[in-house]
Design a protein. Sequence first.
Length: 127
Amino acid sequence: MHKPPPLLRLGDVPGGPEAGTLIARLADLPTHGGKDVLFKKDELRVNVFVQRWQNDVFVYENCCPHAHTPLNLANDRFLNLSENALICRTHGALFTIEDGKCIGGPCQGQYLRAVDFEVKSGAIYSK
Ligand code: FES
């Protein structure tokens, strides 16, 4: 059985933003909207995504545990058509929105890596 990986603190990742960096403003995300966010420092890159869903917001590393590709292709869409799961566009793996567990597809039982964040004054910041 797989366990969820520990929360990812972006400030601990080479190339990641320091704690307190703006990831996204909630007002820029429609209901069930997502946002692909790329942080760059020199040659290093850290790619995460934000997903609003129901009354909550989730942030994950944008890296599928199957082949380590980003979940999306070229847009901010991370939900499946039914809008009840996250989907990897490369081979169709489905993940629960709440905890990033793969519930169908080639990496069944594995998890997306959740990012540590806080919401303050209507915006999402890294921790
Ligand atoms: S890379 Fe995501 S399902 Fe294969």
